[in-house]
Write a protein that binds this ligand. Structure first.
Ligand code: ATP
Length: 138
């Protein structure tokens, strides 16, 4: 079986979509192993987004992610990494498929960062790396 790190980003928390995201993950049949609301510091976020360092949206992305609490979640299940990315939808909420979190609930706000409500790990390697970062005890 597999584990993934899911984040409800600050835009999702501000809009009151924490329950909606958890509902979709649970309704799909995945198991929640950990759920924690917290405001991440810059060091954690720079580590989390290390692969994007040097890109023009890196700074705005870290600032946005530090702008308020996020809900950090570890979910478990067969192929949950791929499964959650399908539930989340494409990165750009404008073109994300209806039925997905980003497609149903997201839009373009004309900002430097794509505010797209959620994050999900994109591979088993990044999932284990990210889970260690956010939940060192798990
Ligand atoms: P996530 O990793 O958050 O699930 P993703 O894998 O779809 O999203 P990445 O390419 O890993 O997207 O980018 C990480 C995050 O950086 C995106 O979710 C988005 O918030 C932001 N981002 C990505 N590309 C851009 C861009 N061109 N302009 C502004 N923000 C961006």
């Amino acid at each position: 079986t597999e584990r993934t790190l899911i984040l409800v980003k600050p835009d999702g928390v501000r809009r009151g979509l924490v329950g909606e995201v958890l509902r979709r993950v649970e309704a799909k049949g995945y198991t929640l192993l950990a759920v924690e609301l917290r405001t991440a510091d810059e060091a954690l976020l720079a580590e989390h987004y290390a692969e994007h360092e040097g890109k023009p949206f890196f700074r705005p992305l870290v600032d946005f992610m530090a702008s308020g609490p996020v809900l950090a979640v570890v979910a478990e299940g067969e192929r949950v990494i791929e499964g959650f990315r399908v539930i989340a939808g494409a990165t750009d909420p404008t073109t994300a498929a209806p039925g997905s979190i980003r497609g149903d609930l997201g839009r373009d706000w004309g900002l430097a960062v794509t505010q797209n409500l959620v994050h999900g790990s994109d591979s088993p390697e990044s999932a284990e790396r990210e889970i260690k970062l956010w939940f060192p005890g798990l």
